[in-house]
Design a protein around this ligand. Structure first.
Ligand code: HPA
Length: 253
């Protein structure tokens, strides 16, 4: 079943016809919200509001392990994350992007299921952090929906909740990050550790700090407006993605 994690601006999913909600308990504590079950475009789907239904949980306090574990335990076969980001290079406000790489700048987050408790050390391959076949399905869904979706980008994951300084963005740019956001990690690696195919659909809501119209400051008002219009396109995209988002024979995480 397709699982959708909704970020800022997508605490509810109007395209999901909800039939059931469930508070899931996990070995890692409580997920951000009850899981909502139903269907998107006639296909079974579940939805989780990353920041809670009332958008009350800041990015550094999201229980990423509980969230991913709950989705896996309740039958997710692929996970689509919707996230808002700042654009560092080649990504202007309003754009939708499926990144293909990640640089992790976060720290202090519980970022693995393999903490050594069971007396074994596990290293997980993460060369391609977003599941390639699922990225391809997102691009195909966007094409069939007639929605522009940029193929590829490097997601720089930061702790937040503060935004970055201009110098931090310059450094991330030199590193090769093209997008900046606060929730992409450890979400992506936790999905991989659970063997769950995972992809992010990023809504660019502002130029990153120090860039273009964010040269002096990032305007939170413009940001909310851009997010709302981006999310509308994400909903349409999800309708086209739902029928093709579950793994087939030979599709790996
Ligand atoms: N920085 C970090 N996270 C973000 C931004 C940003 O500029 N915009 C949306 N999420």
């Amino acid at each position: 079943m397709l699982a959708i994690i909704g970020g800022s601006g997508l605490t509810q999913l109007s395209t999901l016809a909800v039939t059931r909600r469930e508070v899931v308990r996990t070995p890692y504590g409580e997920p951000s919200a009850p899981l909502l079950f139903g269907s998107v475009a006639g296909r079974p789907a579940m939805f989780l509001a990353r920041h809670g239904h009332g958008h009350t949980i800041p990015p550094h306090r999201v229980n990423y392990r509980a969230n991913l574990w709950a989705l896996g335990a309740r039958g997710a076969s692929s996970v689509v994350s919707v996230a808002s980001v700042g654009g560092i290079r080649g990504a202007s406000p309003g754009a939708l992007v499926v990144p293909d790489q990640i640089i992790d700048y976060t720290s202090g987050r519980a970022s693995t299921f393999f903490d050594g408790e069971e007396g074994k050390v596990v290293h997980t391959d993460f060369t391609r952090p977003y599941t390639p076949w699922l990225r391809e399905r997102c691009l195909a869904a966007a094409a069939s929906a007639g929605i522009a979706l940029a193929n590829g980008g490097v997601y720089g994951a930061v702790n937040g909740p503060r935004l970055e300084t201009a110098a931090e963005i310059d450094r991330m740019d030199r590193d090769g990050a093209t997008l900046v956001g606060m929730t992409g990690m450890p979400e992506a690696i936790l999905a991989r550790e659970l063997n769950l195919p995972y992809v992010a659909i990023c809504v660019v809501v502002n130029h990153a700090a120090g860039r273009a119209d964010s040269r002096e400051a990032i305007s939170m008002d413009d940001l909310a407006h851009t997010l709302a219009s981006g999310i509308e396109r994400v909903r349409a995209l999800l309708d086209h993605l739902a029928p093709i988002a579950v793994p087939g024979e030979g599709d790996r995480p």
